[in-house]
Design a protein around this ligand. Structure first.
Ligand code: 6CS
Length: 356
């Protein structure tokens, strides 16, 4: 079980909350508040992660740190806070909103209660099966532009979307048909949309923070959980589960967010460094996740950690059919904005659509 410093969270989170407004970012306004003074370098950008060291988010943040420190010639120092040092995903979003940290990962699985439109990424069998088409979709400016106002309303700046691999379902049995989910206490991320996807299959979802999943599985408070393969391995879930089902029902998508005021106060040069780094990394993340997920799957198979079950197309079809009702729930929660987003994704799924 990884060291998550769980007991220290309340203290650290309070500490971080009291740091609000003390960002090292340049106090760029002059006294009359009209002009922007040149930043006093070096400045520190604080970047909070929802995952521990060795994860996809950690590899991403380290690549980001190196890139920013290099292009800024050391003017900017990036401080990375892996999961466990500041708080749960929801707390990290709050720390970003109030300016205690400048940048963070915010996964729709947790964020959809605050930004309902992101519930799109919790829907099953919606994104294309094809990785390249998904890649085009996630980097399309239309999708980011469509989502940005919803983040803005929640006091957040959306910078990019990052795919971390297919979600795998673990339990102490294979999950090959919706019937296998009847009353299964499956842990989901904390938003309603994340839970709803499994409620549709007949499960009894339990919404829990990431750090609690291992012990809840160990104590049989829950029967299963869903996460990408790399996360299952690094969080030790294979130690307390017998079977991993690979349904290719949804990909784990996360978003990179910033504090809006911090973002607005960046100089044009800093903004350019930031947006270029995010754009390049959203691409690089595909390679990072592919490698990590493959490597960890092989590791778990070699060690005989758990049984691996891949769903057939016919088995996937049975889940796909039931999962369609999730789209109605999404539309009820998001109205016209959700309708536009859903349309965008469905159009992007078609062959010959999206960026060439
Ligand atoms: O299951 C979760 O809660 C977490 N899973 C991953 C892979 N990243 C962050 C998220 O909070």
């Amino acid at each position: 079980m990884p060291n998550l410093q769980r007991l220290l969270w309340p203290v650290l989170a309070t500490l971080a909350l009291t740091l609000s407004g003390c960002s090292d970012n340049p106090g760029s306004k002059t006294e009359n508040g009209n002009e922007t003074a040149p930043p006093e370098y070096p400045v520190t950008w604080r970047f909070a992660l929802e995952e521990i060291e060795g994860s996809v988010q950690h590899a991403y943040a380290e690549a980001f740190r190196k890139n920013i420190e290099q292009v800024s010639d050391g003017k900017i120092v990036v401080d990375v806070f892996p999961y466990g040092s500041l708080g749960t995903s929801t707390q990290l979003t709050e720390l970003t909103r109030n300016g205690s940290v400048d940048l963070a990962f915010a996964s729709p699985g947790h964020l959809a209660d605050q930004v309902p439109e992101t519930g799109l990424f919790n829907l099953h069998y919606l994104l294309p099966d094809d990785a390249e088409r998904t890649r085009q979709l996630l980097r399309s400016p239309e999708l980011l532009e469509e989502l940005q106002p919803s983040y803005e309303s929640a006091g957040l700046q959306l910078l990019g979307l990052v795919s971390e691999g297919w979600m795998a379902w673990t339990a102490n049995k294979p999950l090959q048909a919706p019937d296998d989910f009847q009353d299964l206490r499956i842990r989901t991320m904390t938003s309603e949309m994340a839970a709803e996807a499994f409620r549709n299959y007949g499960a009894a979802p339990v919404q829990t923070p990431y750090a609690q999943v291992y012990s809840d599985l160990q104590l049989h408070k829950i029967d299963g959980q869903a996460n990408p393969v790399f996360a299952i391995e690094e969080m030790g879930f294979h130690e307390v589960q017998s079977t991993m089902t690979l349904p290719r029902a949804s990909r784990f998508i996360s978003s990179v967010i910033a504090n809006p005021e911090w973002f607005a106060d960046l100089t044009p040069q800093e903004k350019e460094w930031l947006t270029t780094a995010i754009r390049n990394l959203s691409e690089q993340a595909w390679e990072i996740e592919k490698e990590l997920n493959q490597e960890r799957l092989e590791l778990m198979v070699e060690r005989g950690d758990l049984e691996v079950v891949r769903l057939t197309e016919a088995q996937r079809d049975a889940f796909r059919e039931i999962s369609q009702t999730g789209r109605d729930t999404y539309l009820e929660a998001t109205g016209n904005k959700g309708k536009a987003l859903l349309k965008l994704v469905l159009t992007g799924r078609e062959p010959n659509n999206g960026e060439q």
